[in-house]
Ligand binder design. Structure first.
Ligand code: PLP
Length: 434
């Protein structure tokens, strides 16, 4: 299997190159040259299989031998050491709870797989790879934990001084070991620019292998397909009909949507998708108008999807041959204000006794509005409610429990490097070999 560059489809990379580089040299994204079809018999038998078994089969098929299969099995068993339950919310709505991993967001799945795959490729050649990531939220914690203690991998997380709440920060500042947290005296934009400069620095790259941990890395995209298969397996187990399944998801950089569409192309029976935006409605606007117009982002209650320029958009376009009409036929969209998100959390709790975070509530509410009679809706619940405790408690008008695993991070020792914004200090730090 080869991976082409979305900016230049005649240029190809191997899986290893795509994973180790993150993005193509000109900023393009890597996409599989073709998407293999899984045999029907496999889909029909999924109800008898575990999450790990299903994921291993899907990965083996998708990666077509690029990773030794024993090793792939180990990587998958190790990545998915937590459950991804499908919880019924009412007659035709289900929540796929993706937040039972170590940092309690859906990003754990992709980040843990990426950390292990990077380690596999790096140690194979006796190399070390440095993962750079800028974060104001879930990705920093997920990537740091996903790469923590992985041989051959070093992680540097940059974050803006005033950008994060304590818990999110603690998930990567208290690890130590091969994880360095750098608090930048500047904005998220400054952090991102510092990283972009590092990637453009040819001299630095002569000293070390650098990769991007953003959701554009194909190593995060492949595992995001697993949970769609597992959702269908769980519906099968419950004896639900599979010909009318609709997936609803909170859209940020569109990684989950891309992976869902790829899962469907592999043969998973998914009828259509519902893309739910908050006030950052660049993608749902595109669905309506055919115009893709990035804008500056607005802060909302569903912070993890406060994105003004959804990075995986070129992949979605490619999957549909650039046709807006084809995309709009398979993906419906809805965007909601903070007060609508607040009300959906409240109603889900009062009417259904279902505790949802702002992102999960957004996706469930989108199903409530756009599901047709006879369809079964699966909403991606992408974060643990306690991760957005202020918004949730405000909506429920009562306090909610915080899991012990989460408090554990807050008790850890904080270990942080402070730095001025500007590339010179990052460069100096990276070259110092710390
Ligand atoms: C990252 C994230 C999303 C968005 O996922 P994309 O694949 O980037 O669209 C949604 N919800 C939460 C909680 C997230 O952390």
């Amino acid at each position: 299997m080869r991976y082409y560059n979305t900016n230049n489809p005649t240029e190809f990379a191997t899986l290893e190159q795509a994973v180790m580089q993150g993005r193509a040299h000109d900023g393009g994204l890597f996409m599989p040259e073709h998407i293999p079809q899984l045999p029907k018999a496999f889909i029909n038998n999924m109800s008898m299989m575990t999450l790990q078994e299903i994921s291993y089969a899907v990965a083996n098929f998708a990666l077509q031998g690029a990773v030794d299969s024993e090793m792939l099995k180990e990587i998958i068993d190790d990545t998915l050491n937590f459950e991804i339950p499908l919880v019924q919310v009412d007659d035709n709505r289900f929540a796929l709870e993706l937040y039972h991993g170590p940092t309690m967001s859906s990003k754990d799945v992709g980040a843990r797989f990426m950390g292990r795959l990077l380690s596999y490729f790096a140690t194979k050649h006796g190399q070390e790879v440095t993962v750079l990531v800028a974060t104001t939220g879930n990705s920093g914690g997920a990537v740091a934990n996903g790469c923590f203690n992985r041989p051959g991998v070093r992680v540097v997380v940059l974050y803006p001084q005033d950008g994060l709440d304590n818990l999110q920060e603690a998930q990567f500042t208290t690890l130590g070991g091969n994880v360095t947290a750098i608090e930048v005296n500047g904005s998220l934009e400054d952090c991102r620019n510092m990283i972009l400069e590092a990637f453009a620095d040819k001299d630095l790259k002569g000293h070390m292998a650098l990769t991007s941990a953003r959701s554009v890395n194909i190593a995060r995209l492949v595992p995001q397909m697993f949970y769609y298969f597992y959702a269908i397996a769980q519906l099968q187990r419950q004896g639900r009909s599979l010909d009318q399944v609709v997936i609803s998801l909170p859209c940020g950089n569109l990684g989950n949507l891309t992976a869902g569409i790829m899962a469907k192309r592999m043969g998973l029976p998914l009828k259509r998708f519902i893309a739910a935006d908050n006030a950052n409605d660049v993608f749902t606007r595109y669905l309506r108008t055919g115009k893709f117009e990035p804008k500056s982002m607005t802060v909302t209650l569903a912070k993890a999807i406060d994105v003004g320029n959804p990075r995986n958009f070129p992949r979605i376009l490619d999957l549909f041959g650039g046709s807006h009409e084809a995309i709009a036929r398979e993906v419906a969209g809805v965007s909601m204000s903070d007060s609508e998100i607040h009300d959906s959390m409240k109603r889900l709790w009062i009417d259904r006794r279902y505790l949802a975070d702002p992102h999960g509530a957004l996706a469930l509410e989108a199903l409530g509005r756009l599901l047709h009679p006879g369809e079964t809706g699966v909403a991606l619940a992408t974060a643990h409610p306690a991760k957005y405790i202020d918004a949730v408690e405000d909506a429920l008008e009562q306090s909610i429990p915080v899991p012990n695993a989460m408090l554990q991070y807050l008790r850890g020792t904080r270990n942080v490097v402070s730095m001025n914004s500007g590339y010179a200090s990052l460069r100096r730090f990276l070259l110092s070999g710390k």
